[in-house]
Design a protein around this ligand. Sequence first.
Ligand SMILES: CC(C)(COP(=O)(O)OP(=O)(O)OC[C@H]1O[C@@H](n2cnc3c(N)ncnc32)[C@H](O)[C@@H]1OP(=O)(O)O)[C@@H](O)C(=O)NCCC(=O)NCCS
Length: 186
Amino acid sequence: MKKLSDSLAVNIIPASDIHIPALEMLEGRGWKRSQRPDFNETIMSFVSRFDLADVRVVIMNDEVLGYYAIGPRTPLISNRHVMRLRAILVAPNRRRRGLGSLLLADAEQFAVSRGASKLTLTVLSTNPAAIRFYERHGYACESRLVWEFHIGEQFIDDMTYAKWIGSGGPSEKNRSERKEYREPAK
Ligand SMILES: CC(C)(COP(=O)(O)OP(=O)(O)OC[C@H]1O[C@@H](n2cnc3c(N)ncnc32)[C@H](O)[C@@H]1OP(=O)(O)O)[C@@H](O)C(=O)NCCC(=O)NCCS
């Protein structure tokens, strides 16, 4: 059980079938067009977007207040130190109370428990609240795909953010002196 500053007592647990109606409802009212590239396409279908095994929910007295979905970035062994946060959402009327921070901390712990040392995610440039949220939690922008989506009348950039988590991964020194990969000389 975790406690928030305004004394909400919440739990973060694996999602199961009983949470699907609440998750579908959250999907329907939790996103704005500017926050999701597929807003008009799959907004109402949570189960078509995610495998429940990859989802954890934050609940208070059985009420679902938010969720995140996470998984390996790719199935490749060379990429297995990286997990991807596929989505994170807090119910609109529960935001700015620390629930997103609790979910993100749980996602980082979850990723570390699966052997990851890096958590990566993408966020649209039209979502300043989420960008501020990730930066506040130590995520750094690693790439920006310019005009990657066309939503409404607007071209929108897609940004990749990432954070080193746990004690694995390159040392601070290696990170600051990062060198590009070169084929070994024959
Ligand atoms: C992003 C999101 C998950 C944050 O959840 P939350 O419960 O509001 O987050 P927290 O209360 O833990 O906020 C932590 C910090 O993040 C930043 N932040 C969160 N929402 C913000 C906003 N609307 N504007 C500016 N900063 C914001 C603030 O620094 C905040 O700390 P503060 O409240 O002390 O200033 C939530 O806004 C959300 O569900 N958004 C819609 C879905 C979405 O965009 N998901 C990300 C897609 S990539």
